[in-house]
Design a binder for this molecule. Structure first.
Ligand SMILES: Cc1cc2nc3c(=O)[nH]c(=O)nc-3n(C[C@H](O)[C@H](O)[C@H](O)COP(=O)(O)OP(=O)(O)OC[C@H]3O[C@@H](n4cnc5c(N)ncnc54)[C@H](O)[C@@H]3O)c2cc1C
Length: 450
C-alpha cells in the first residue's frame, strides 16, 4: 500500500507574492492519507509494476498545467530529482479567465499526490484570503434553458445528478482561475528538483540538447502538436467558448444554489451548447462568487463564421446569467472568448523516446465538461510514475484517461449528433439523462476520494 509521506511543515509552500505573503503550515490529515492511498492504488492498476527507470532524464516541452503536474511528481522522486527540464514560457497570472476553471476533486487528488502536499495546502494557495468557502462545489445540477415569450431565458426542470439534495461530504470540484491553479502548482512543487527554462522549443532536436542525461524522454505537453512527429494531426472540429466571472445581484441566488453548479444547456439550431454556472473564487476578482461558460462546437465541413459564433455564445452567456440574477464582473479584464482547436479522439502513438502527453491527455475536444485538467493531471502523474517504474509512459497515460475520455465522447455525441433528441429528453427527465455517464461516475472520476 502507498502511504502518504509524513508531512510536517510544507517547506516549499512559498505562496506567490502576487496573492499572499504569509507563510502557512498545513498538516496532512486522515483524509489526505485516504486520497493519497486511493491514487496510489489507481496508479498500481494503470501503470503496473516495473523495476529500474529506463530513461535517465526527462525534458518536458511546455510549462503549462499538465506539464507542471508531471514535473512536480518527477521532481520529488529520488530517481529524477534534478533531472527534469520544464521548458517553455509559464502562464502569466491575470484576472482573465483563459482555460479551465472547474477542477474536479479527483483531479485535485492527483495534483496533491504529484506535489505530495495536503489538499488544504493546494486549496489555500488557490483562494488566498478569500476564506468564505466560495468556489468549492459538492453538487451538480442540470436543466435546459430556453427563451420564453418575453425573450428572457427560462429554465426547465432542475435535477441533481451529482451530490443529491444535500451534496457530497467530500469536495466534488473547485472553481478557480486556471492561471492561479498553475501558479499554485508551481509554488508548491519541489522546484529545486526542476530545471526551468523560459524559451519556447521548436524541435525535438532542440529538446534533446536540453537534457541533463544521455537517454532522455522528450515529452510534448505544449500546444504544438506536430513537435514530435513533424506533422500536427488535423481534425475538422473546434470548440467555441466564452467565459467570465459573475457577481450575484443583491436579490440573491435565483435558480442556482450555493456550493452547487448548474449545467444549463441551450439548444442552438440542431446542436446543444453547454452552459455551466459554477461556484468560483479568485482573490483577484473578490466580488465574484460564480463563473459562467458557454461552449459550442463548430466544424469546417459544416462551415462557420467565427465572429458570428463568438457573438452568439457571448450573448447567450450574458442572457442566461441575467436570468440567474448574475452580472459579468469587469468583462474588459476578465472575459475570454475564442476557438479551441479539437484533437483526434484517439491520440497518435508517441514516437520512440518521446511522449505525446498533450494529445493523450486531451483527446477529442476541450472545455466541454470540467474534465481537461483532470485528464491532464491523471495522464501526467501516470506518465511520471511509469518513467520512475521503468514502464511505458504512453500506455500508462492512455489508461489513466480512458474512462473520462469515453464519457467526454458520449457527451459530445449527445450534444452534437443527436442534439434535438437530447433537448427533448433533458426537458422531460433531466436526472435520468444526466445519470449516465456523469451521475454514475460522480464518486469515481469527479469527487475527491475523501
Ligand atoms: C475556455 C476553456 C474552458 C475550459 N474549461 C475547463 C474546465 O472547466 N475544467 C477542466 O478541467 N478543463 C477545462 N478546460 C481545459 C483545460 O483548460 C486544459 O485541459 C488544462 O488547462 C490543461 O492544459 P494543458 O497543460 O494541456 O495546456 P496549457 O496549460 O495551456 O499548457 C500548454 C503550454 O505550452 C506552451 N507552449 C506552446 N507551444 C510551446 C513551445 N513550442 N515550446 C514551449 N512551450 C510551448 C504554452 O505557452 C502553455 O504554457 C477548458 C479549456 C478552455 C479553453
Amino acid at each position: 500500500m502507498t502511504t502518504i509521506h509524513e508531512v510536517g511543515p510544507v517547506d516549499s509552500a512559498t505562496i506567490s507574492e502576487l496573492i499572499r505573503r504569509d507563510d502557512k503550515v498545513h498538516y496532512a490529515t486522515e483524509r489526505d492519507a485516504k486520497r493519497h492511498a486511493h491514487i496510489g492504488k489507481l496508479l498500481d492498476r494503470t501503470v503496473g509494476t516495473g523495476s529500474r527507470p529506463y530513461y535517465d532524464s526527462v525534458v518536458i516541452v511546455g510549462a503549462g498545467f499538465t506539464a507542471s503536474v508531471m514535473a512536480a511528481r518527477l521532481a520529488r522522486s529520488e530517481q529524477f530529482h534534478g533531472k527534469v527540464v520544464l521548458a517553455g514560457p509559464r502562464t502569466q497570472e491575470s484576472r482573465r479567465m483563459k482555460d479551465g476553471a472547474t477542477l474536479r476533486g479527483h483531479g485535485t487528488d492527483y495534483i496533491c499526490y504529484a506535489l505530495d502536499v495536503p489538499q488544504n495546502a493546494y486549496v489555500d494557495a488557490l483562494y488566498g484570503d478569500i476564506v468564505d468557502g466560495r468556489g468549492i462545489g459538492t453538487r451538480n445540477q442540470v436543466t435546459m434553458a430556453t427563451k420564453g415569450p418575453t425573450g428572457a431565458y427560462e429554465f426547465g426542470r432542475i435535477a441533481s445528478f451529482q451530490g443529491g439534495r444535500t451534496g457530497f461530504s467530500r469536495p466534488l470540484f473547485y472553481g478557480a482561475r486556471n492561471s492561479r491553479m498553475q501558479g499554485a502548482i508551481h509554488e508548491l512543487m519541489a522546484r529545486n528538483g526542476v530545471i526551468e527554462l523560459a524559451e519556447a522549443i521548436t524541435s525535438v532536436d532542440e529538446a534533446f540538447t536540453l537534457a541533463p542525461g544521455r537517454r532522455p524522454l522528450i515529452v510534448n505537453a505544449s500546444h504544438n502538436s506536430g513537435l514530435l512527429s513533424g506533422r500536427a494531426p488535423e481534425v475538422d472540429w473546434a470548440t467555441s467558448a466564452v467565459q467570465a466571472p459573475l457577481k450575484v445581484r443583491s436579490g440573491g441566488f435565483k435558480t442556482v444554489e450555493t456550493n452547487a453548479s448548474l449545467v444549463a444547456t441551450v439548444r442552438r439550431r440542431n446542436q446543444v451548447d453547454v452552459g455551466l454556472f459554477n461556484p468560483y473564487g479568485d482573490p483577484l476578482s473578490p466580488n465574484s462568487t460564480f463563473y459562467g461558460i458557454i461552449v459550442g462546437q463548430v466544424s469546417k465541413r459544416a462551415g462557420y463564421d467565427k465572429q458570428q459564433e463568438l457573438t452568439e455564445i457571448t450573448e447567450e452567456l450574458y442572457e442566461v446569467a441575467d436570468a440567474l440574477g448574475m452580472d459579468v464582473d469587469d468583462a474588459d479584464e476578465t472575459l475570454f472568448a475564442g476557438m479551441v482547436p479539437g484533437a483526434p479522439w484517439k491520440a497518435p502513438a508517441s514516437p520512440p523516446g518521446t511522449l505525446e502527453l498533450q494529445l493523450i491527455a486531451h483527446q477529442g475536444v476541450s472545455a466541454t465538461f470540467s474534465d481537461g485538467m483532470t485528464t491532464g493531471a491523471s495522464a501526467a502523474v501516470a506518465a511520471a510514475e511509469a518513467v520512475i517504474r521503468g514502464v511505458d509512459p504512453d500506455r500508462a497515460a492512455r489508461r489513466a484517461v480512458r474512462e473520462v475520455t469515453r464519457d467526454r465522447r458520449i457527451w459530445n455525441i449527445e450534444r452534437n449528433r443527436i442534439g434535438p433528441l437530447y433537448d427533448l429528453l433533458i426537458r422531460t427527465a433531466p436526472g435520468a439523462v444526466a445519470f449516465y455517464p456523469f451521475g454514475y461516475h460522480a464518486g469515481t472520476t469527479w469527487a475527491s476520494a475523501a
